[in-house]
Ligand binder design. Sequence first.
Ligand code: SME
Length: 159
Amino acid sequence: MFHTIAYNGTREENYELVIQQLRALIEGESSFIANLANASALLNQFLEQINWVGFYLTENDELVLGPFQGLPACVRIPFGKGVCGTAAENRKTIIVPDVHLFPGHIACDAASQSEIVVPMVKDGNVIGVLDIDSPVKNRFDETDQKYLEKFVDVIVATL
Ligand code: SME
């Protein structure tokens, strides 16, 4: 049973708390899809000012839509395309302060103004990405990057 918790610490403390919640949610569960579904729901109730949060999973040389919260989204993104495909190809987190200024940005929800994409890397292979969109510009910074990368590490460690 999941109990909602007041995230009333510092940003860092709140992120540590949500990572603990993630661990508790996925501990002992071997279904990767179920864990991603709960992870997206967890982030959706934790993060403010976001309109889409979810996962794309690698299939051959493209990313295919996985569990998410938000409006229906584009299903397939080739490696190297859009923010997601670029982060996957480079195996590096990308923060986009203004999506309108990112060449090749793929607009799934017209409300999106800024975005962060964190690759999920297992044994040197990109198995997918975590993608989060915000309806405000400049929503994501290095603190988000640091903790979202930790968040993703917890998920990848289950594999
Ligand atoms: N904006 C992303 C596409 C995915 S949607 O935002 C959910 C991109 O450019 O890769």
